[in-house]
Write a protein that binds this ligand. Sequence first.
Ligand code: PLP
Length: 402
Amino acid sequence: MVKLNTHYTKLAGNYLFPEISKRARTRTSTSSLIDLGIGDVTRPLPPAIVQALSQASLEMGNASTFKGYGPSAGYDFLRDAIAKHDYENLIHPEEIFVSDGAKCDIANIQEIFCSSNRVAVPDPTYPVYLDTTVMAGRTRLQLKNGRYGGVVYLACTEENNFCPQPPRESCDLVYLCSPNNPTGSAMDRELLKRWVEYAKQTKAVLLFDGAYEAYIRSPGIPKSIYEIEGAKEVAIEVRSYSKTAGFTGLRLSYTVIPKSLKIFDCGREHSLHALWQRRHDTKFGGAPYPIQKAAEAIYSSPGKEQIKAMIDGYSQNAKFLREGLNQLGLTVYGGLDAPYIWCKAPSALSSWEFFDLLLNKAGIVSVPGSGFGLLGEGFVRFSAFADQSKLTEALTRLRAHL
Ligand code: PLP
């Protein structure tokens, strides 16, 4: 009889977004919906990217330029461009693995680690870290409060500016996300140094998710974990073109695994880089050639300029929304180094109560913070992926109804 991976039965229902849609459909407000919940880009791809994508697609229809299977870790033209432009050659192109999404890499990397490894995740944070840890069998059952036994939760609260601190206990695989989804907070150099030190001392691996690095505006905030000395011995870095170049529909990302990063088996050292390459060769056929050509165009002069204008636009939105909410007397965080604003519910309302108030009084959709973890309770997330006119309208409605 075929048997189930019973770890899947431990998963909490994926009710957050279906519940948001259901409540939006049955709202009592008659005004049109303004969706500030969406974590997806809203602007079209810039012309330099579209041109490269079209050109590469045409090449696929020509016998002399057609491409079949490509290298599983990505074409050299893109790996070289990433090493040069994103890392100033601090990372070798061979240490870069191009993939079809950061989400997949974040999940897939788990299979290389021993099932008894202890995983640490920030709370609140991007739900994929925890769900994939559950699927991989690295947790016990879900507790009444929604948390899972066996997981180390790294509290991200107002007291620590929503930045996870190294815990007293040891853990083996630590997910860090900076700038963070959903809180919009970014970790400073001092804190990242402490994390690298922690990983060295406990022989842990840090998985640093830099999906929103392009939004960092505050001076001195590291865009990459590799800006920290010694990080190449302890950290994997995941980056995505989704939010940094509008690729959510194209799908492209990359993961950096330095050759100096080791994992252990009864005291013996193994190269994580070699094992990930082995996995990639076996399980991944490489990202599509036209999409990789589109990504290469991001690093051209017009591409850089057009991408910058796009990210600047979203960043201005975030700042505008943050300031507007602030002026309404709400307590807000994030929005300065990230496209997300983390807003505290007034009058001690719960996340869902505040969500309902925003929806039913003003027709505004947000995301309840409790959907990102126990410590997200009492907050909602607003996204700056919207037109400025919608944000202006949202603030006008909030002024009238709050
Ligand atoms: N990491 C974080 C923190 C995210 O918020 C997201 C998407 O929302 C991803 C990774 C996924 O990126 P991708 O679209 O490349 O799978």
